[in-house]
Design a protein around this ligand. Structure first.
Ligand code: UGA
Length: 428
């Protein structure tokens, strides 16, 4: 394998994972970020985000001399053969992706890029961005390639090193092949395509995943009305290989920094080209409905009004295994509960403070103390292992709303608690 000289611009969760994993594959990687303090921490091997295996890979890369960190993109690109752009593309007010960070790095580095180097967009960018960046670059000797990432927070390193597929798109075939070759050791199926199609793959994948979840959440609601059990229903449909068991867990609605942003962006793009895409809109609307439905369940559990009710929340992050609170369904539900007058206390193994209408405490039992109801919002494994008899003694209202079907209803029932799940009959 050819070891390449690679620059990664942006040391966020995608950039840092990309840099550390490419270094572990034998490439020489220089990773740039604008934040001086972050770069200093990374040089000491301090990763700063909760991501399994990443600290070890960073330390190994630093020790082997294959991974380095610099302040500012200009310092990273001078001798790079491949430049990965791993920059934030936040959602603008109208739902479109904001490309300011990507464009400013292009403006800053365009004259420094060596002849023959390849610029790769790794962040999720609107279809057409590769073409736009090529125009901004204005360099016939530098190709632009789209190579979307499919990492999940909490398993980013495993996902990077064991990908289901590698997607590389460019209108310059040789540049696409050079980028694909970086991953050759991983032995994953590789889709070589044009730039617009590669960009589209990322949106189509995330929107499909969101649609799968909204479908499951809608089926869960139907199961509640009809007395069926969604856990058995999803197991039953998941054995069909055309459907698959993955991504079939109902919950309080999907969130995080990707699915909400990407569904909104694709809906907007469809509207902008005059295409009606009701399936995607229904996916988004169903998600809002699921959050409201979760709030309604808590309201019902405390007797019909949340005004003055004391509610304990278990889990605040958008899913377990991460400390990320961005677009967390747990916080959306918390906000809605507070808006109806509930007093909230929350606990999350990865969160110490939250700006919002709740008090965060270090002890999960303190959340239960004197509460009128306990609501599990994130599926941290440690919540299953709580002493539920003790929780029952501390709780005022003996009721738990398990928005992820994460707890064992029989254990709670034996402790004297009523368990309300999602898409399943309640257990008293
Ligand atoms: C998502 C995609 O899964 C990745 O493939 C993609 O690379 C990434 O976005 C991205 O675009 O960067 P991530 O945001 O880390 O990854 O989170 P997921 O694991 O997909 O979870 C998203 C939401 O769906 C969470 O709120 C989670 O709790 C929820 N979820 C997931 C369920 O409610 N049920 C499930 O069965 C799975």
């Amino acid at each position: 394998m050819f070891a390449r000289r690679i620059a990664v611009v942006g040391a966020g969760y995608v950039g840092l994972t990309t840099a550390a994993c490419l270094a572990s594959l034998g490439h020489r990687v220089c990773c740039a970020d604008v934040e001086v303090a972050k770069v200093e921490r990374l040089r000491r091997g301090e990763v700063g985000i909760l991501e399994p295996e990443l600290p070890d890979l960073v330390t190994e890369g630093l020790a082997a001399g294959r991974l380095s960190f610099v302040v500012g993109a200009r310092r990273a690109v001078g001798d790079a053969e491949v430049v990965f752009l791993c920059l934030p593309t936040p959602m603008g007010e109208d739902g479109s992706a904001d490309l300011a960070a990507v464009e400013s790095v292009i403006a800053e580095t365009r004259e420094l890029l060596p002849t023959g180097c390849v610029v790769v967009t790794k962040s999720t960018v609107p279809v057409g961005t590769a073409h736009r960046l090529a125009e901004l670059l204005g360099r016939h000797d530098v190709a632009v390639v789209s190579n979307p990432e499919f990492l999940r927070e909490g398993s980013a390193v495993t996902d990077f090193l064991n990908p289901d597929r590698v997607v590389v798109g460019s209108d310059a075939q040789d540049a696409a092949e050079r980028v694909a070759a970086l991953y050759a050791r991983l032995g994953a199926p590789t889709v070589l395509t044009d730039a617009a199609s590669a960009e589209m793959v990322k949106y189509a994948a995330n929107c499909f995943l969101a649609m799968k979840l909204s479908y499951v959440n809608a089926v869960a609601e139907l199961c509640e009305r009809l007395g069926a059990n969604v856990t058995d229903v999803t197991e039953g449909i998941g054995y069909d290989r055309r459907i698959g068991q993955a991504f079939l867990q109902p919950g309080p609605g999907w969130g995080g920094s990707c699915l909400p942003k990407d569904t909104a962006a694709l809906a907007r793009v469809a509207a902008a080209v005059g295409l009606d895409f009701p399936l995607l809109q229904a996916t988004i609307d169903t998600n809002h409905h699921q959050r409201s439905r979760t709030v309604a369940k808590v309201r019902m559990a405390v007797g019909g009004s949340l005004a003055g009710a004391r509610i304990g929340l278990l889990g605040l992050t958008f899913k377990a295994g991460t400390d990320d609170l961005r677009d967390s369904p747990a916080l959306a539900v918390a906000g809605a509960l507070a808006a109806e007058g509930a007093e909230l206390t929350g606990h999350d193994p990865a969160v110490r403070v939250v700006s919002g209408p709740l008090t965060v405490v270090d002890d999960p039992y303190a959340v239960a103390k004197d509460a009128d109801a306990l609501v599990l919002l994130t599926e941290w494994p440690e919540f299953r292992a709580l002493d539920w008899t003790m929780v029952a003694e501390l709780l005022n209202g003996k009721v738990v709303i398990d928005t992820r079907n994460h707890l064992d209803p029989d254990v709670l029932s034996r402790a004297g608690l009523t368990w309300h799940g999602v898409g399943r009959p309640s257990v008293a």
